[in-house]
Design a protein around this ligand. Structure first.
Ligand code: ZN
Length: 153
């Protein structure tokens, strides 16, 4: 896929952010700051009746950070922690790939647009900040995948 198309996806999420104010009870929140760029994001995580993750966020900063928060919300909202974990891992892996990884559209959907961003070390944190806030909020909300081999407590 071309850089132009990636740019278009990022701009679209920046201009039309998804899931910005989902109505829910917040079980955990995380506020993250990226001082080098000035991005700030707060992610709230709640739980649906079926144990799925609900995500709501506020984000201020550059177009990459805001677009990434929108993509994160779109991809994670309504997923179980077990379904969300491989998506989260794939996005972080993509951002650490320095542009060398071919992103899997079936897993990352619009998240593939950030493949180009991973070539620019100064912008990687912009793309990751909302995902870091999500992971932190999930821990606070205890909405992380259950370990495979342990019993209940
Ligand atoms: Zn930024």
């Amino acid at each position: 896929m071309s850089e132009d198309l990636y740019q278009e996806i990022i701009l679209d999420h920046y201009k039309n952010p998804r899931g910005k104010s989902v109505f829910m009870t917040s079980l955990g929140e995380s506020h993250q700051v990226n001082p080098t760029c000035g991005d700030e994001v707060t992610v709230h995580v709640g739980s649906g009746p079926d144990g799925t993750i609900q995500v709501s966020y506020e984000c201020q900063g550059c177009s990459i950070s805001q677009a990434s928060a929108s993509v994160m919300s779109e991809l994670i909202n309504g997923k179980t922690p077990e379904e969300a974990a491989p998506i989260q891992a794939a996005f972080i892996e993509l951002m650490q790939s320095k542009g060398k990884l071919e992103p899997d559209e079936e897993v990352l959907e619009d998240g593939i647009a950030f493949a180009g961003v991973s070539k620019y070390p100064a912008r990687i944190k912009c793309a990751l900040i909302s995902w870091m806030a999500l992971a932190d909020a999930q821990i606070r909300a205890q909405l992380t995948p259950a370990p495979n081999n342990s019993g209940t407590d």
